[in-house]
Design a protein around this ligand. Sequence first.
Ligand code: SAH
Length: 356
Amino acid sequence: MTLAPNDDRKELLGHTQDELRQFMAELGEKPYRASQLYDAIYRRRLPSFDAMTDLPKTLRRILAEHAIVTRTEIKSVFRSSDGTRRFLLGLLDGSEVESVFMPEERRDTICISSQVGCPLACGFCMTGVLGLKRNMTAGEIVSQIIVVLNQVYGEGVEVPHRTNIVMMGMGEPLLNYDQVMRAVRLLVDQKGLAIAPRGVTLSTAGVVPRIYDLAREEIRPRLAISLTAPNDELRNRLFPINRKYPLAELMEACRRYPLSERERLTFEYVMLDGVNDSDQHARELVRLLSGIRAKVNLIPHNPAPELPYASSPMDRILAFQKILTEKGLPSFIRRPRGQDISAACGQLAARHQATA
Ligand code: SAH
């Protein structure tokens, strides 16, 4: 169903149980109806009131007059040979964002967006080429998981195993802090989608003041830092935001970030051929991260014709990793997923074709 833009029915996704109680009260309904509604929307992922057969028919009709579950619609799905699916999603104002579904044997990971476009303009990322259009609402952020799981497993069908969420799609989540945190709290609610709190990872290019805010939250996602450069000279070139929050400040925020037992901060390091991948860079990285409980994800660069970078060859990545290992810094080489459908890290640009 395509909605007219002047449709002012309330979008229920993105609202807490308390807010739904308020909404139901305004319709003259009892609080337990709000609990049923909350359960139907988040736990059972029902997309329409028709399907909520535990609610009386008249109430379902009244709800449909005043509200909709979500306005996010799937425009296209691109399937990779490795099982990854890229979802092009349409929001009510015509904006488009992307989510990526990555199945594994015992869990799925969904990579979600937090902004339409991104203002950070990191030199090696396609989303940065788009610029920022606007922030996403908490409802839009959460709706990505609902529509993706419904498309993959069927509407309202229980998922067979755990779902992890990574906020590594389009946008800088810490520049949309309030809506992102509201979405995180909804995702981990045991009465709702019931994502494990340790199964939500937020990745940031380094918005330092918001890292301190995050450290004070009661419910915190896991934190990943997009580092990619071990010194300011190089990082200033790749990440404009580094001029505002240089490495010393970013590392200080990381050092102070509270970690639970056995938890490590993740540092993402995109391997750029001839740019940040020398033995010297590896040693600098070890020094930079000394004293921080860290692990490093080495990410081969995913190319796009618009980007002037190439991935380091695998033998270089292995040599780089060897230095980290010798110095006792744990690291993992990430297997790119969905490259053939422009679904891999840094390739999300709301493309309407499978590939660039
Ligand atoms: N703004 C957030 C989240 C989006 S980027 C952040 O910067 O962390 C998510 C991850 O993709 C980051 O680790 C980023 O460094 C990585 N990335 C960006 N462009 C890439 C590319 N072309 N190839 C591989 N990884 C890329």
